[in-house]
Design a protein around this ligand. Sequence first.
Ligand SMILES: [Zn+2]
Length: 52
Amino acid sequence: MWKLNALNSSREYAACAHTEAGNRKGTLFLCKSCAHRAHADVNAAEVLTSRG
Ligand SMILES: [Zn+2]
């Protein structure tokens, strides 16, 4: 289940839920929708947290 929940977590932005492969550039997460930046791993953790 953990692997399933982690699917796309590195491409989805935690705050606006915009999911796009181009959001992630290496360790940098840059949302194509709202232009928010974050560390990719930090964002992914927030996505997983928000999914409960
Ligand atoms: Zn966004």
